[in-house]
Design a protein around this ligand. Sequence first.
Ligand SMILES: [Zn+2]
Length: 106
Amino acid sequence: MKCFDCCSAGELLKVPNQIQRFEYGPEGQSVTLEVMVTVWKCFDCGALITDGDAEVIRDQAVSDYKAGKLEPVDSSGARFLRSVAKPDKEEIDSLIAFMGGLDSDL
Ligand SMILES: [Zn+2]
């Protein structure tokens, strides 16, 4: 495979399992879908290239989205924020008590 950017004939570095996001749908109503693809990195210009396999994976993601099997990525990033647990007050209190216990032992 050749680099499309600089047409280098040099070897491209295979980088598997890269998360790639792409827009799907009409403008204003498009959603962001996330796929895991293999990308190729050009040693000469640093361009990242995806091959035909990535195209198939993106097509599959669109089919899955249409079938309701794939959730679009929340572009606000709220999905990630929600997964961060709030510290439990009881847990902190017991941790402080534990630390205090250690201090008195010394
Ligand atoms: Zn290149």
